[in-house]
Design a protein around this ligand. Structure first.
Ligand code: GLN
Length: 456
């Protein structure tokens, strides 16, 4: 009830939630109370969670931020929703997002932009902008997000909290609306690494309904958090700093905060090693071939026939497809479908799609080499602090560059997180959060969470 009251008070100005159902939420809260009275308590029992509107939740509006699905009520639960329900967590509502998770500012949402709680004229980042603002404004205890190229970590950086993109395949994509299936991964967005670990214990695990779900033993993500050496808890940890993450393109004010955070890590016992990820500069071009290619295929299902928006008037079947898609999708989604269809067409496939897949492998190989020299990699999560709403809407390339430090981990399938590192002053004198990124090797989330926890 406390969170619902806060949502009533602040959501009209922030626009973090796009679907609320007080009766459903309170019924789940009562069930959690009863469970607690019975002594049947799990770590998230009664904890109010915000769900990104990309996850199907039975009986809930599930729009993916699009007019195409504005009237869609999900008939089934995503895997992670089932997991949260089983743990006794309470669903507070569905959060705003860029349309089909395409964006870095939440400005492509059909339901309007989201305000950054630290500075209302700035964006919260995207695509998980609603979840980000909800966590930052304390309109939930924690939230879920998805990260295809940076959509958990970049908003975590711009809104000042902890967000984790797990290893590809750690969290089931069943019931999570597809953008680019080989890159999409769900993860927690919360106040601290400890909260993210508790969320991961619920979200991660094998699910046979997702063919890319990894069949591994269930793990306890909190297991590394409580270290016994209080003065040098990270003694022996090797932290790699990729030189490509500290070059032009990084705002000087952000760079300073990151350097100060690295100095703190030295005090905690970490050893710093210089590394190189030479293909970093190719990650954005490669992503903007592969992600649109996959999206153009995934989004072909929205044809106005079985579900989603259907044009009111049309002459024949082809006209119905054309009008429904023209009306239902926004400009950024159309741009991606056009690019994706182009790079997959006969005659261009080898020149673009195949080449991009080959470079994707080289990018992954960069990390294999890097992890021979270090245990985790650190750097900025985003090149700047939160920017003003409207500032980049007419310049897609400037918008795409927001993910310069996050996209390669998606291409490699590696886990990455952003944690609050400190604050930087904007040109107009506003103090804004800066995120430190921690990238780990495959399945090394428990160690990364501890590395984050020791700083917090
Ligand atoms: N900003 C990137 C894009 O627009 C990444 C989005 C995401 O991670 N979902 O595609």
């Amino acid at each position: 009830q406390t969170f619902l009251d806060r949502i009533q008070q602040y959501n009209p100005s922030i626009n973090a939630y796009i679907a609320l159902d007080e009766a459903k939420t309170l019924a789940q809260a009562k069930a959690a109370d009863a469970r607690i009275a019975d002594g049947n308590v799990a770590p998230l029992t009664g904890i109010p969670i915000a769900q990104k509107d990309i996850f199907c939740a039975k009986g809930w509006q599930t729009t993916c931020g699009s007019k195409m699905l504005a009237n869609f009520i999900a008939p089934y639960d995503a895997h992670i929703i089932t997991q949260f329900d089983a743990a006794g967590a309470v669903n507070l509502g569905k959060t705003n997002m860029d349309e089909f998770a395409m964006g870095s500012s939440n400005e492509t949402s059909y339901f309007g932009g989201v305000k950054n709680p630290w500075s209302f004229d700035r964006v919260p980042g995207g695509s998980s902008g609603g979840s980000a603002a909800a966590v930052a404004a304390r309109l939930c205890a924690a939230a879920t997000g998805t990260d295809t190229g940076g959509s958990i970590r970049q908003p975590a950086s711009l809104c000042g909290f902890t967000g984790l993109k797990p290893t590809y395949g750690a969290v089931s994509r069943y019931g999570m609306i597809a953008f680019a299936s080989s890159l999409d991964q769900a993860g927690p967005m919360a106040k601290s690494a400890e909260d993210c670990a508790l969320m991961m214990n619920v979200m991660a695990g094998f699910d046979e309904r997702d063919s890319t779900s990894l069949n591994r033993e269930k793990e306890d993500y909190t297991r590394a958090l409580y270290n016994s050496n209080p003065t040098k808890p990270l003694q022996g940890l090797k932290v790699g700093l990729p030189k490509e993450y500290f070059s032009e393109g990084l705002d000087a004010s952000v760079g300073k905060v990151i350097e100060a955070a690295i100095a703190e890590y030295k005090k905690l016992g970490a050893e710093i090693v210089d590394i190189s990820l030479p293909n970093t500069g190719l990650s954005i071009p490669v992503y903007y071939v592969l992600a649109p290619a996959e999206a153009s295929s995934n989004l072909s299902r929205y044809d106005g026939v079985r579900y989603g928006h259907r044009a009111a008037e049309y002459t024949d079947l082809m006209d119905m497809y054309n009008k429904s898609r023209a009306e239902g999708f926004g400009a950024e989604v159309k741009r991606r479908i056009l690019i994706g269809t182009y790079v997959l067409s006969a005659g261009y496939y080898d020149a673009y799609y195949l080449k991009a897949q080959q470079i994707r492998r080289l990018i992954a190989q960069d990390f294999v080499e890097a992890f021979k020299k270090c245990d985790v990699i650190m750097g900025p999560a985003a090149p700047s602090t939160a920017f003003k709403a409207g500032e980049k809407v007419d310049d897609p390339v400037a918008m795409y560059l927001q993910d310069i430090y996050t996209i390669s981990t998606n291409l490699a399938g590696l886990p990455g997180m952003s944690i609050p590192a400190g604050f930087a002053q904007s040109d107009d004198g506003v103090s804004l959060p800066v995120g430190l990124q921690i990238i780990g090797n495959y399945f090394d989330e428990a160690r990364m969470l501890n590395v984050a926890h020791q700083y917090q």
